[in-house]
Unconditional design. Structure first.
Length: 82
């Protein structure tokens, strides 16, 4: 099994700083599970630089992702090649 998790920029302000149709992927993680053995075989996590939308305080509170974590992140294309 492969388990995937995606995080994107977000906000719940009125009006929101990040519209749902403008959100950018800022992190994806995965784990590969050997189901018969019940073991996690591999895990990975990649941060992606947000270029068009802000990382809001709401988003940091919701996801735990900080500006510091994204400050050295590459683009989504970089993360997909990693």
């Amino acid at each position: 099994w492969i388990c995937l998790d995606f995080e994107a920029t977000c906000d719940e302000g009125d009006p929101p700083l990040v519209q749902k149709d403008e959100a950018e992927l800022i992190e994806f993680s995965f784990c590969i599970l050997d189901a018969p053995a019940g073991n996690i075989c591999h895990v990975g996590q990649h941060f992606c630089r947000n270029d068009r939308t802000a990382l809001t305080p709401f988003c940091t509170q919701l996801t735990g992702i900080t500006h510091e974590q994204l400050s050295t992140a590459g683009s989504l294309a970089d993360a997909l090649r990693a």
